[in-house]
Design a protein around this ligand. Structure first.
Ligand SMILES: *Cc1c(COP(=O)(O)O)cnc(C)c1O
Length: 242
């Protein structure tokens, strides 16, 4: 394309550079780079950006608003895309999630599990879910309190439309790497404890553009990366809340 507004050539360079940094972080942590996957987070970017990323072989995208999944999946109808919900989810969005999403990483309460189960039954679908755990004290962060995790996981055994695959968290926003790392460490310990109680939780989704090497050092199996791949987001003040 000649129009510079549609020139996405920087995407390929960003993608290669993130993958290299992930591989470096794995080697530093003594881990196999094959153990860590990257979930590209396309929120706030339009369908053309998603299409450009698909040209690089990407087909799974993280979004934090169901409204955006709806508009992008309409614009990209017929494409083989797996939409992953990573943002706080209102119960009244369960219908669209059951129709359009392949996975939810922000499951944090039974009321939401109920709504998803009901809508998934109607759609005759099953989705993967991760439990979002709140590992940082900030008011703005969502997620289940860590001490609620055992009972929550036990209760989810009764939801046959939700395949629980692991845990997700956002670390505290801090200049102190030790504080950030402590959040990731806590998630890993919680996972290990619950595996010890018989829950199969192979996946740990933790780490974003600014902190993924620390998450990889603490055992992340998946990092969610927006800015480092797609560039800085310009969020309109008219953006519909989720
Ligand atoms: C936006 C977002 C990300 C990606 O953030 P970057 O800093 O742009 O990489 C990861 N996880 C969640 C839950 C997000 O909302």
């Amino acid at each position: 394309m000649t129009d510079s507004s549609n020139d996405f050539s920087y995407l390929a360079a960003n993608w290669v550079s993130v993958r290299e940094r992930v591989d470096d972080a794995c080697r530093s942590a003594g881990r196999d780079p094959g153990e860590v996957s990257i979930l590209p987070v396309s929120k706030t970017f339009g369908p053309e950006m998603v299409r450009a990323a698909m040209a690089l072989g990407l087909h799974r995208f993280g979004e934090n608003k169901v409204q955006e999944i709806r508009s992008k999946s309409e614009a990209l109808a017929g494409e083989d895309i797996a939409w992953v919900v990573i943002g706080h989810l209102q119960t009244n969005k369960a219908k669209d999630v059951a129709r359009l999403a392949s996975e939810v990483q922000s499951l944090d309460r039974l009321e939401l599990a109920d709504a998803l189960q009901r809508r998934l039954e109607i759609e005759s679908r099953t989705i993967d879910v991760l439990i979002e755990v709140k590992t940082s004290p900030e008011e703005s962060k969502h997620g289940l309190a860590p001490d609620g995790l055992p009972a929550f996981l036990d209760a989810l055994r009764g939801y046959d439309r939700l395949r629980v695959r692991g845990l997700m968290t956002l670390a505290v926003q801090s200049e102190d790497p030790a504080a950030v790392r402590a959040c990731f460490h806590q998630l890993r310990l919680l996972r290990d404890a619950e595996q010890g109680r018989g829950h199969d939780l192979p996946r740990l989704s933790m780490g974003m553009s600014g902190d993924f090497p620390l998450a990889i050092a603490e055992g992340a199996t998946e990092i969610r990366v927006g800015t480092a791949i797609f560039g800085v987001r310009h969020v309109s003040k008219h953006t519909v809340p989720n």
